[in-house]
Design a protein around this ligand. Structure first.
Ligand code: UDP
Length: 317
């Protein structure tokens, strides 16, 4: 990003949003951060509070947002994003991907700003093509419990493309695969914080199903690197961002046991409905378009994440 660019980040108090704010400020941008704090936390951005180049507005983007002055880019990261969160907040999740995205696209149009939407590997649903490349249309249950997130993001992508085609707004779409690192919420229900917390507190590690389902985990700094390369890329087709290093969830649990040294057992629980069987990004497009690929290996990234969780109060019941 160019120094002095004026950037709006929504979902700025969340896990990814707060890391993005840090990096934009490091690059010399001026950041307006918006969040309604339903899943984000001020704790994630409190270190930025007094900077003159940073401003926080508590606001729900489902209502129009008025901002004075010029704006160069909008990075939209506002949405509940963990299965536990979006199942608890189904209507909010559908609204933020529809009304919220519409409001931001209107703002981008009015200001002549670029608009980047953070979409998700969930648009591929329970994928029948492996690994997933951007040309795959997905295998999504449109009425299942996860549909509130999957269809919200699919709608957000459609709305973004419509504004591109109809109003020539300069848009980008990234599809984010499982990402982890410091500032994940302890109680967001995802496998990374949940199992690390369990291991650090000697509780059984809960593996859903038989653990043979796969995910591919990307460290947060790599993901943010990829996002930051998008505005200059000029491409408006969706781009997968994630780490193609795939592992089964059982293998993940074993790695957490090994790296924390816990003696706690692995406990098997029922597999949630429509839980994708496999997930791995094909990142050829990101490699070509952005010259990007992940650099932080699993052991290094998960080690940093475990260290960060060790420093947290044990505040989960
Ligand atoms: N999972 C698990 N134990 C947990 C939480 C999640 O085995 O305590 C599994 C979940 O069923 C899924 C995978 O781990 O197969 C990743 O789940 P997560 O919620 O992190 O994200 P998802 O990739 O499903 O959006």
């Amino acid at each position: 990003m160019k120094t002095e660019s004026k950037i709006l980040v929504t979902g700025a108090a969340g896990f990814l949003g707060s890391h993005l704010c840090d990096r934009l400020l490091d690059a010399g941008c001026r950041v307006t951060a918006v969040d309604n704090l339903i899943t984000g936390s001020l704790e994630n951005i409190k270190h930025l509070g007094n900077r003159p180049d940073f401003e926080f507005i508590e606001h729900d983007i489902c209502r129009p947002l008025e901002l004075p002055g010029p704006l160069d880019w909008i990075f939209d990261l506002a949405s509940p994003a963990s299965p536990v969160d979006y199942l608890k907040l189904p209507i909010e999740t559908l609204k933020v991907g529809s009304y919220g995205v519409h409001n931001l696209l209107e703002l981008a149009r009015a200001k002549g700003a670029g608009f980047l939407i953070t979409s998700t590997s969930e648009v591929y649903g329970d994928p029948l093509v492996h690994p997933q490349e951007e040309g795959y249309w997905g295998n999504v249950n449109p009425i299942g419990p996860r549909s509130v997130y999957d269809e919200s993001k699919r709608f957000a992508e459609a709305m973004t493309m419509a504004y591109r085609r109809h109003f020539e707004v300069d848009t980008r779409i990234v599809r984010i695969f499982n990402t982890y690192g410091p500032r994940m919420r302890l109680d967001d229900g995802r496998v990374v914080p949940t199992l690390i917390w369990q291991a650090l507190h000697g509780r059984p590690l809960t593996v859903f199903g038989d653990g043979s389902q796969t995910r591919s985990f990307c460290y947060v700094s790599d993901l943010i690197d990829g996002i930051l390369r998008m505005p200059e890329s000029g491409g408006y087709d969706p781009v997968n961002l994630g780490n193609p290093a795939e592992m089964s969830i059982l293998e993940f649990a074993k790695q957490i046991k090994r790296l924390t040294g816990t003696e706690a057992p692995i406990e098997f629980r029922p597999l949630p409905q429509d839980d994708p069987r496999q997930r791995k990004p094909d990142i050829s497009r990101a490699r070509k378009l952005l010259g990007w690929e992940p650099r932080v290996g699993f052991e290094e990234g998960i080690g940093r994440t475990i260290d960060w969780f060790k420093g947290r109060p044990a505040d989960k019941g």
